[in-house]
Design a protein. Structure first.
Length: 277
């Protein structure tokens, strides 16, 4: 079913403050770059209860803090001075006529779904679940669907679960320098490398700086763990921004993932995806 989503660019630019509305929904979303935070206090909706997402950058895995409050503008101002919140650069807030308990429920559900999806580093420590009536839960779950739609519109795939090896139809393999991996191309253009794949421990002098930074992050988070004197191993599935980003990590050198990843018939990703179009 078609949905009409309206974006009001308050600064006349998509990089500035925006108000988002969706047909047949009494909520509103505010997209707020951190540098525009002082401007939101003039909007009555931002003094209401709601749920908010603070997004920050990571090397590969972005960070998010999810919260709820009785006054969105005041709470964001507090986050602007919190040391632990220093990494965020954009807030997306959802305001509306929410009954007592609904913001807490939305916060809890959002944290749980985001952690399950595993695409973002969720900075929340806990997420208690409030008790709601059946009707309240139906209302909140409908709100959550609209909320997810708006986040996806702005490129935040926070609730999209990573496909596992057991539920993909097109699996590819890559090997170089004694390391090997298996994975699959996602509809988003990203590439997931499956748990158990290996990566060369040693990298070359020409290894891309961005890949090296990501490698250090994956080691720190123990997504890459030591397997032997020469190999590392993926302890869990991991999504890369591109097929080449995935193959670079395995090979320890710059590669062309579109040519390197091959299916069980020896056909490359490039042959199956790009040249079939």
């Amino acid at each position: 079913m078609a949905q009409v989503i309206t974006a009001v660019l308050l600064d006349g630019t998509p990089k500035g403050l925006q108000i988002i509305t969706v047909d047949n929904w009494n909520g509103q979303a505010f997209v707020i770059p951190r540098g525009k935070l002082n401007e939101v206090h003039e909007y009555d909706e931002m003094s209401r209860p709601g749920i908010y997402f603070l997004f920050g950058d990571g090397v590969e895995k972005e960070k998010v803090y999810i919260g709820q409050t009785n006054n969105l503008a005041s709470r964001l101002s507090q986050h602007d001075t919190d040391r632990e919140a220093e990494a965020w650069n954009k807030a997306i807030c959802f305001a509306g006529h929410l009954d007592a308990g609904l913001p807490q429920y939305l916060e809890s559900q959002a944290i749980g779904k985001a952690r399950k999806a595993g695409r973002y580093e969720v900075l929340n420590m806990t997420h208690p679940v409030p008790v709601l009536t059946n009707q309240q839960r139906i209302t909140a779950d409908t709100y959550l669907i609209k909320l997810e739609t708006v986040l996806l519109l702005f490129g935040y795939k926070i609730f999209d679960e990573i496909p596992t090896q057991a539920n993909v139809s097109d699996e590819y393999s890559f090997s170089q320098g004694g390391a090997s991996g298996s994975g699959s191309l996602l509809d988003t253009g990203e590439f997931v490398v499956f748990k158990g794949s290996t990566a060369r421990k040693q990298t070359t002098d020409a290894y891309p700086a961005s890949s090296n930074r990501l490698r250090q992050e994956l080691l720190e988070r123990k997504i890459l763990i030591e397997k032997s004197d020469v190999l590392l191993e993926f302890s869990e599935d991991h999504v890369f921004n591109s097929p080449s980003g995935a193959s670079n990590m395995i090979a320890g050198v710059a590669t062309n993932g579109w040519d390197g990843w091959k299916d069980s018939n020896g056909r490359t990703l490039d042959e199956n995806v790009r040249k079939e179009k």
